[in-house]
Design a protein around this ligand. Structure first.
Ligand code: ADP
Length: 477
């Protein structure tokens, strides 16, 4: 949910929950109060009401035995006054609408209202005067003069104001309390979901701006804050990748420059030497001249292939070459490989054989062209470092449950144990001074790059004078 909506919803929830809890609390309070106090409260009030009613009824009965004129006697009025006061009530004696005697002062409108609302027949009903409720009884005297004399007695009915006061305070108190608790909870949720993650994001942004890209940003917070942390983390990863790539570019550039100056300098110097020999007239005979030119040409070819290797390695290292993976029948592919290398192996008097130890047809996902480069580099090495008259190279195809294993085994001069862990490193050569076996020292490094680009593995086993086994494992399709 968006933050604005969430904010609104939380506020509405705060009010609604506060109201709901208050209503519930009030209901419980009223229920508890009435259960605990009602019996006593009701009986007390009833008793009092009954006393007042019977007192007033008695006075009324007595009064009706008297003449109206008797009511006007001061002595009687004093007695009446003290009797009604004892009941907490009031007495008003009227002739028509004129007040002749009253224990409670009422204005004309109240008198008019009281006379209108009360009548002789419906005794002890209630009427409201100035917001107070009174129980009434009246006695009317038809006078000879045609006028009416009236004795009106009013007894106030008092509600249990203490209870209502407590209830009011309780209601307001509970509402304020729940509102405050809800507000606190909402603030806590907001601070947990927004303010804390935002301050963490701020720290992360400061670190990123200072160049520290190793500090991961956890996906935290709510709504847009969570999205922001995710975006910032993606930005950090991208930035880290680009910095890493930039470093690798720089490294590669340095590596190319240094390797060109070291490894290419020797053949280029000898090319210059041979050409200079021809131009300076050192090669005096046509045979010598041809020999010089051939040597210079073969060195130039070597330089060219070294440059090719360098560029390929550099591109592979920077992941610049996409792989076009195709489902490939392993056996068919290696039959073609053997066929392709047959001629040069015949020329070198080395036997090349393919041995299949596969139960079924095995398929692998490979970039056929690029993988050829792997096999070519390994077969070239097997040929280059053979140094035996009975040369034999075998390609063995095997399989495990999930992998296809390709082994290229030769009976050549082998690799000393100390050199084995390094032969897949770039520019590593067991014997760099050797002139006969030319190479850039990149052949196996390139092979490793390509195999790993296929999510495969390449490793070596070798024993000096016995031979070398290069193994490759690829995931089966
Ligand atoms: P190079 O261009 O020197 O052949 P590689 O990366 O192809 O470079 O091989 C690295 C080194 O490993 C070689 O210089 C060589 O000494 C050794 N090597 C590789 N394959 C074989 C092999 N089949 N027999 C003996 N030594 C090998």
């Amino acid at each position: 949910m968006q933050l604005a909506k969430r904010f609104f919803a939380m506020n509405v929830l705060t009010v609604l929950v506060s109201v709901a809890i208050t209503v519930l609390a009030v209901l419980i309070f009223v229920a508890a109060y009435t259960t605990l106090f009602s019996t006593e409260m009701v009986t007390n009030e009833m008793k009092k009401m009954f006393e007042v009613r019977s007192g007033l009824s008695e006075i009324k009965r007595e009064v009706l035995t008297l003449e109206f004129e008797q009511l006007l006697v001061t002595q009687y009025q004093e007695e009446l006054s003290s009797r009604v006061r004892a009941l907490g009530a009031h007495a008003i004696i009227l002739k028509n609408r004129d007040v002749l005697f009253a224990t409670k002062t009422l204005n004309d409108i109240d008198i008019e209202r009281s006379l209108m609302l009360s009548d002789n027949t419906s005794d002890f009903e209630t009427l409201d005067i100035n917001g107070d409720t009174f129980m009434y009884t009246r006695a009317d005297y038809p006078l000879r003069s045609g006028e009416t004399g009236t004795l009106l007695m009013l007894a106030p009915i008092k509600f249990n104001t203490g209870f209502y006061l407590v209830l009011g305070i309780f209601t307001v108190g509970i509402f304020i309390l729940t509102f405050l608790i809800m507000n606190f909870w909402v603030s806590y949720r907001f601070s947990k979901g927004i303010i804390t993650p935002v301050s963490r994001l701020k720290d992360a942004a400061i670190r990123i701006s200072e160049g520290d890209l190793n500090w991961g940003i956890a996906e935290d917070g709510e709504g847009e804050v969570r999205e922001l942390s995710r975006t910032l983390e993606l930005m950090r990863i991208k930035l880290k990748e680009s910095v890493y790539l930039q470093q690798k570019y720089d490294e590669n550039r340095k590596f190319l420059v240094s390797s060109i100056s070291h490894d290419l300098k020797t053949p280029v110097t000898s090319i210059i030497g041979y050409i200079k020999g021809i131009t300076d007239g050192v090669a005096t005979t046509p045979e010598k001249m041809e020999e010089y030119l051939e040597t210079a040409s073969s060195k130039a070819v070597m330089v060219n292939s070294m440059i090719d290797d360098l560029l390929l390695y550099s591109k592979l290292d920077l992941n610049q070459i996409p792989y076009h993976l195709e489902k490939t029948d392993l056996e068919g592919y290696f039959e073609d490989c053997v066929y392709d290398h047959r001629y040069e192996y015949e020329q070198a008097h080395i036997k090349l054989a393919l041995t299949r130890e596969l139960k079924n047809k095995v398929f692998v996902f490979i970039d056929r062209e690029r993988f050829k480069r792997v096999i070519q580099n390994i077969l070239d090495n097997a040929k280059k470092y053979m140094e035996k008259t009975e040369g034999q190279v075998d390609i063995l195809l095997r399989e495990t449950r999930n992998s296809a294993i390709i082994e290229i085994r030769d009976n050549g001069k082998g690799i000393p144990e100390d050199d084995l862990p390094h032969i897949f490193e770039k520019f590593y050569r067991v014997d760099p001074s050797r002139k006969s076996a030319n190479g850039s020292g990149l052949g196996l490094a390139i092979a490793k790059q390509i195999v790993e680009g296929h999510e495969g593995k390449i490793w070596v086993q070798s024993a000096v004078e016995e031979g070398t086994r290069i193994m490759i494992s690829l995931k089966k399709y």
